[in-house]
Every structure is written in structure tokens, then in C-alpha cells.
Design a protein around this ligand. Structure first.
Ligand code: QAP
Ligand code: CO
Length: 178
């Protein structure tokens, strides 16, 4: 097991597109394990491989209250979506910022699980929002892209400053803390 380093906006690596997993093998399962560990530790409710600098279509999530319902999505596709809903979102790659985003209210997805088995899932509420948010990551898209350029620029400026000063989580540059 290993904790992975989470990239922060505006790191250009968050813009890379993930490629599909061709075979769900032990190496992929190790990535899934490490991603769960990293997400639970953060703590977060969702994490896409792109956020930990791995360009594979792998997502881990757990939107349950008791953090006891891990969900792994490999090569997910949306096969149906319905309605619209606005919800406040955050992101482990955009720490400390929360803004409203409009997305589909319901989605039906098809994906592979960590054993390579195919499944479908009907999602609504927070789960549906989280799935769409994480699938965006695999395309190099962030929730801040839905905000006004001015809001996005402000967030970018603040996070760049925090990153330089080493004041973000899992930073290896906390020079002034010593
Ligand atoms: C995506 O986000 C999401 O700013 C998952 O300081 C979030 O796990 C989808 C987090 C909300 C739908 C609704 C954010 C942790 C975690 C922060 C997360 C922070 C610490 C975000
Ligand atoms: Co995110």
C-alpha cells in the first residue's frame, strides 16, 4: 500500500487525457488500492487516476456516510443521462474551494470493476454528480472550468501562491514551517 501525491490546479498534468485500461491485472489493482488509500486519507469522496499523475481510466469513490462503500470504475462510459441539477462541488486537486456546478441529475453508466467484470449503475444525487466530476478528470477537465474566467483566475492565483509557500496538503516544500 502506498499514498500517492495529489496534483493541484493549475498543474498542467491535470490536463492530460487518460487512456483506457486494456487489462485489469494485478498492477491495475495495486493502483486502485493505492488510490483508495489516498482518497480515504485525504479525506475525499472521489479520486481519478489523473489526479495522482496516472493517465489511466480509473476512478475510486465512496460517497457513503460511513465511508464503507468503496466503488471502483474502470473505463467508465455514460450510457444515459437525464435532467439537470446544481450542486456545490469541491476537488482534492483544488483544495479549499467550493463552487456550484450544473450537471445531469441522473446518469446510467457502464464500467469495469477491479476484477475486470462489466457492470451498469444507475446513479442520482451526490453519486451521479461525483461520477460526472471524476469522469471529467479523465478527460483533463476540472470543475473550475465551469466557473467564470474571473473566479477561475482568482482560484489559480491563490493556489499557485499556496503551492509555492508549501501550505497545501502533501507538499514537500514547507520551508517556512521549520
Ligand atoms: C468530487 O471531491 C466531488 O477542498 C470529490 O480542502 C466533490 O473528494 C464531487 C476535498 C463534491 C461532488 C461533490 C476538497 C478535501 C475533497 C477540499 C472531493 C479539501 C479537502 C474533495
Ligand atoms: Co476532482
Amino acid at each position: 500500500m502506498a499514498l500517492l501525491e495529489i496534483l493541484h490546479f493549475p498543474n498542467p498534468r491535470l490536463r492530460l487525457k487518460a487512456r483506457p485500461v486494456t487489462q485489469v491485472d494485478d498492477q491495475v489493482r495495486q493502483v486502485v488500492k493505492d488510490m483508495f488509500e489516498t482518497m480515504y486519507k485525504a479525506p475525499g469522496i472521489g479520486l481519478a487516476a489523473t489526479q495522482v499523475n496516472i493517465q489511466l481510466e480509473v476512478i475510486v469513490m465512496d460517497v457513503s456516510e460511513d465511508k464503507d462503500q468503496p466503488l471502483c470504475l474502470i473505463n467508465p462510459i455514460i450510457i444515459e443521462s437525464d435532467g439537470t441539477e446544481e450542486m456545490q462541488e469541491g476537488c482534492l486537486s483544488v483544495p479549499g474551494f467550493y463552487e456550484n456546478v450544473v450537471r445531469a441529475e441522473k446518469v446510467k453508466i457502464q464500467a469495469l470493476n477491479e476484477n475486470g467484470g462489466s457492470f451498469e449503475l444507475d446513479a442520482d444525487g451526490l453519486l451521479a454528480v461525483c461520477i460526472q466530476h471524476e469522469m471529467d478528470h479523465l478527460q483533463g477537465k476540472l470543475f473550475v472550468d465551469y466557473l467564470s474566467p474571473l473566479k477561475r483566475q482568482r482560484i489559480k492565483k491563490k493556489l499557485t501562491k499556496l503551492e509555492k509557500s508549501g501550505d497545501l496538503p502533501n507538499s514537500s516544500n514547507s520551508s517556512h514551517a521549520i
